[in-house]
Design a binder for this molecule. Structure first.
Ligand code: CP
Length: 309
């Protein structure tokens, strides 16, 4: 089998700002003209290789390919694949890339999608690697921010919860740091602070202003976006630490008293306790719209990586 020339999406920085803006434009066009895209991927196959649980990412990828007229195959847990018999990721990807035109994969190990690109004949999309990156969640977040706020610059963004292990946070910071006049308020308990390497290599390097605090309400009135995250139970080594930190932040109406009227509340989901269900009917709660948008930005991404016009 000959290795075809392919483009992958492993890190959000694999896409230029111009390319991200174009993907958002295409996703908006798909939302407005769904029928125009319904046969764009006729005859194409997407493989979803999920070695870790997922609802939104896997199903929105599958929905995206089906809505483009293509087909899907794959597995949703390592135990139902030959990984359970000891097959390496590299061998699995090498084989599956002969069965599909594009692969979306999720893996608990940071860097696994990079390993996959070495043996794949087709584009690899990182659908989440450990506590590292989640670039297609970020594309979903950017589409949602653009649709809800009308811009991706001049924003004060509060990131709240597990900033240490939250891969959606890491990718979102990398993406938003490229837009003008962005400020971050990093809200976390001391144990779950943003890793130093992101502070140094992304925030300090790009001279992005940020404040670190453990107080959710202190800067609430300044925020244009409040991005809540769940404490990532699966990344903890110690159950006791997880139990101590899991309910550190619970967003409810009382905590929003000083928030802007046009605050946009996002969450990549799944939610555990960190947003009270009372907030769901607040007009500022956009997390279910965010999940809905995920299908359309993934449709735009599939078209781009498969070079479908
Ligand atoms: N946001 C997100 O990645 O959700 P899933 O884990 O359900 O895919």
């Amino acid at each position: 089998m000959e290795k075809r020339k392919t483009r992958n999406l492993i890190d959000i920085r694999d896409l230029s700002t111009k390319e991200i803006d174009e993907l958002i434009e295409v996703a908006n066009d798909i939302i407005d003209h769904k029928e125009k895209y319904s046969h764009k991927c006729d005859g194409k196959i997407l493989a979803t290789l999920f070695f870790e649980p997922s609802t939104r990412t896997r199903l929105s990828f599958e929905s995206a390919m089906l809505r483009l007229g293509g087909k899907v195959l794959g597995f949703s847990e390592a135990s139902s694949s030959s990984t359970a018999k000891g097959e390496t990721l590299s061998d699995t990807v090498c084989v599956v890339s002969g069965y599909a035109d594009i692969i979306a994969m999720r893996h608990p190990k940071e860097g696994a999608p990079v390993v996959a690109t070495k043996r794949s004949l087709v584009p690899i999309i990182n659908a989440g690697d450990g506590g590292h990156n989640h670039p297609t969640q970020t594309l979903t977040d950017l589409l949602t921010i653009k649709r809800e706020k009308g811009r991706l610059d001049n924003l004060t963004i509060g990131l709240c919860g597990d900033l240490k292990f939250g891969r959606t946070i890491h990718s979102l910071i990398a993406a938003m740091s490229r837009y003008k006049n962005i400020k971050f308020v990093l809200i976390s308990p001391n144990e779950l602070k943003l890793p130093d390497y992101i502070i140094k290599e992304v925030l300090d390097k790009n001279k992005i202003p940020y404040i670190e605090t453990d107080n959710m309400q202190k800067y609430m009135s300044d925020l244009d976006i409040l991005y809540m995250t769940r404490v990532q139970k699966e990344r903890f080594f110690n159950e006791e630490d997880y139990l101590r930190l899991k309910d550190y932040y619970i967003l409810d109406e009382e905590k929003l008293v000083n928030a802007k009227e046009d605050l946009c509340i996002l969450h990549p989901l799944p939610r555990v306790n960190e947003i009270s269900t009372d907030i769901d009917d607040d007009k500022r709660a956009k997390y279910f719209i965010q999940a809905y948008n995920g299908v359309y930005i993934r449709m735009a991404l599939i078209l781009k990586l498969l070079e479908v016009k």
